[in-house]
Design a protein around this ligand. Structure first.
Ligand SMILES: Nc1nc2c(ncn2[C@@H]2O[C@H](COP(=O)(O)OP(=O)(O)OP(=O)(O)O)[C@@H](O)[C@H]2O)c(=O)[nH]1
Ligand SMILES: [Mg+2]
Length: 285
């Protein structure tokens, strides 16, 4: 269970606290949760800080938000560095906002929050801020957990869910165990590749293909995109089919805003597929 390490830590945290401190902690947590539930971004950010810094009784927090969970749809994007994940999310945000959705973005940064993460967050924010709010973007450091996805991610996704986000995009660099983990958190997992990375097919063979609900060939403006699509289709045909869902291969040019609506449609189709086949994971405590 993904939540177990955090829960264990929070229980031992409680053991260490004096009862007076525990009461204060609970009171503070309750205030923040109430603020967050009433739509205060500041309270949400503070709660995320507490979770990230292990300064929070996670079990208590989850209990408080339990009845507000289950609405947000979670889309994970993974792929090699520089494949265009942030650029694509930026464009997907625009489509989601046009559809009237409240959007959350979690960028799981392999380095630190201050360096790459903040820059990345800013870049997305710059474009999306014109979309009259409704977008919450947060970078999270990985802290070495599973080589890519922050340990706190599960809980932060739940916070955004309770906060009222309809859709949450999660960006992770596809390395090692990350994929498996993101697959568990996301409802729809997008694996991104580009023609320019000659080793794209290697990435697929290295297990990415198994977790993909759809494969996105970004930078389709570059030479070799068609060839890569054929290779992927071939690789997919060799895969043992594990579900009724046919993994589509979608080409995009994120930087030129091309193929984005088509990709979004595929996400919606997958969402409908999960709903109709009752495969949607319950995101509960
Ligand atoms: N030619 C071309 N360049 C693109 C396209 N999409 C994104 N890029 C460029 O690729 C570079 C990397 O894009 P990012 O969105 O930062 O990629 P990323 O996958 O988020 O990168 P990391 O977070 O570092 O792993 C940027 O210079 C983008 O402008 C595209 O469709 N075509
Ligand atoms: Mg990025």
């Amino acid at each position: 269970m993904a939540l177990v390490p955090k829960l264990m830590k929070s229980l031992s945290l409680l053991d260490q606290m004096s009862s007076e401190k525990t009461v204060k902690h609970s009171w503070h947590l309750k205030q923040l949760v109430e603020g967050m539930l009433s739509g205060e971004v500041g309270s949400l950010s503070q709660l995320i800080n507490l979770v990230e810094n292990n300064e929070c009784n996670v079990a208590e927090l989850l209990k408080m938000i339990e009845s507000y969970l289950g609405k947000a749809y979670c889309v994970g994007l993974t792929g090699p560095p520089g494949v265009g994940k942030s650029t694509l999310i930026d464009k997907l945000i625009v489509v989601a906002r046009k559809r009237g959705l409240n959007v959350g973005v979690l960028a799981v940064d392999p380095s630190s929050v201050i360096s790459g993460g903040a820059v990345l967050g800013d870049r997305i924010r710059m474009q999306s801020s014109s979309l009259n709010g409704g977008v919450f973007i947060r970078s999270m450091a990985t802290r070495g957990y599973y080589g890519g996805v922050s340990e706190s991610l599960d809980i932060v996704v739940r916070l955004l869910d309770a906060f009222g986000k309809d859709i949450i995009f999660i960006e992770t660099v596809g390395v090692g165990q990350t994929e498996v983990y993101i697959k568990r958190i996301a409802d729809t997992t997008l694996v991104m590749l580009t023609p320019e990375a000659g080793d794209s097919i290697q990435f697929l063979k290295a297990g990415l293909i198994e977790i993909a609900d759809m494969i996105v060939v970004n930078k389709a403006d570059r030479i070799g995109a068609d060839c890569l699509v054929s290779e992927i289709v071939e690789a997919l045909s060799l895969q043992e089919q594990k579900s009724q869902w046919q993994v589509p291969v979608v080409t995009t040019q994120a930087v030129n805003n091309l193929g984005i609506n088509e990709l979004y449609e595929e996400i919606v189709k997958h969402q409908e597929f999960l709903k109709s086949s009752q495969l949607r994971k319950e995101r509960k405590f």
